[in-house]
Design a protein around this ligand. Structure first.
Ligand code: FAD
Length: 291
């Protein structure tokens, strides 16, 4: 059967966007142009990442607080516990609460440089511990990470699902998925999560990809399978940005429409601080600027 036409269905799905904190003034301008373009789509929240090992603590804070001051958007600050004591992490969280931030994306994080993870001696060992700690700091809304293709360090898929359940039981209210390209993997994961007793929403993380090399690098780190058909579609297009963008839009559109046809009504976009593809996919989903 042809996929239903989401743009004619009401209500439109809920959406959210992820941005990363900019390193330079040029990237800052690019981020804010992206934010201004996407703001009228009225996302449920926008999240700002926290660099590996907490390396962007100040830049994340600056971006999140500027969102509070200058936009109508609801920010969610990513926060990791790797390489920090519980007291340090709690202080960062308290600073967010005092600045008016009410939503945290709580993560374990990874040590810089690809070294093996070891908990800080006085730290929160895993994201589930961080969630419990944040609940003690203030009444935050908390989101956590989910891995449709299993986290790379999990002993088994079932152990990883049990971990997700622990994070939700500790006080998180939603999970956001790692990027995936095989839509079936995500739908199977939802079935397994339900069988494991997880009833909180698991929001698919959608990454519209027009730079295939970059997508492959991100996926390798994330443990995400990059299908051969995707490589074929981008093969030979390195010098043809315009066609790559059209291919990217078509791949992401098919992905979100398939998810929507399977009952998914909320989507999180990894924007990579660029608005155009995300804006187009949101339109295809039936999301429009409020008049
Ligand atoms: P956890 O949920 O703690 O799980 C980590 C691993 O440990 C899993 O394999 C789990 O199964 C295992 N585990 C959990 N508890 C135990 C236990 N008690 N004993 C043994 N094993 C256990 N990284 C950043 O640095 N900054 C970001 O802003 C950021 N944002 C992200 C946003 C999303 C939506 C996602 C999906 C990931 C993000 N990451 C970010 C990456 C994330 O930090 C890494 O994937 C990290 O390796 C795991 O974090 P987690 O919160 O999922 O960890």
């Amino acid at each position: 059967d042809p996929l239903p036409t989401p743009a004619l269905r009401a209500p439109a799905p809920a959406i959210s966007f992820e941005f990363f904190p900019p390193k330079t003034e040029t990237l800052e301008a690019q981020l804010w142009a992206c934010i201004r373009r996407l703001e009228p789509l009225a996302p449920r929240f926008v999240s700002i990442t926290y660099g590996a090992g907490g390396s962007t603590q100040e830049r994340t804070h600056a971006t999140v607080t500027r969102l509070v001051r200058e936009t109508t958007l609801v920010p969610a600050a990513h926060l990791t516990c790797v390489g920090a004591s519980r007291g340090e992490v709690d202080d960062v969280a308290r600073r967010y609460w005092d600045a008016g931030v009410r939503h945290i994306v709580a993560l374990r994080g990874d040590p810089p440089g690809g070294t093996a993870y070891a908990p800080h001696p006085e730290g929160y060992a895993y994201a589930a511990d961080l969630v419990a700690g944040l609940r003690r700091v203030a009444d935050f809304e908390i989101s956590v990470a989910a891995y449709p293709e299993t986290h790379t360090q999990a002993p088994s898929p079932q152990a990883d699902l049990d971990n997700l359940k622990r994070k939700l039981d500790a006080g998180a209210t939603r999970a956001i998925s790692q990027v995936f390209f095989e839509t079936g993997h995500f739908l199977d994961f939802l079935d397994r999560a339900l069988a494991a007793g997880i009833t909180a929403p698991i929001i698919p993380g959608i990454m519209p990809v027009s730079n295939f090399g970059q997508a492959k690098r991100i996926s390798e780190m994330a443990g995400t399978h990059v299908p051969a058909w995707m490589g074929e579609m981008f093969d030979g297009l390195d010098d043809d940005a315009e066609t790559r963008k059209m291919v990217a839009a078509s791949i992401a559109a098919e992905q979100v429409r398939t998810l929507q046809a399977n009952g998914i009504d909320e989507f999180h976009f990894y924007t990579l601080n660029r608005a155009d593809l995300t804006y187009a996919i949101a339109r295809i989903l039936g999301v429009k600027p409020a008049r």
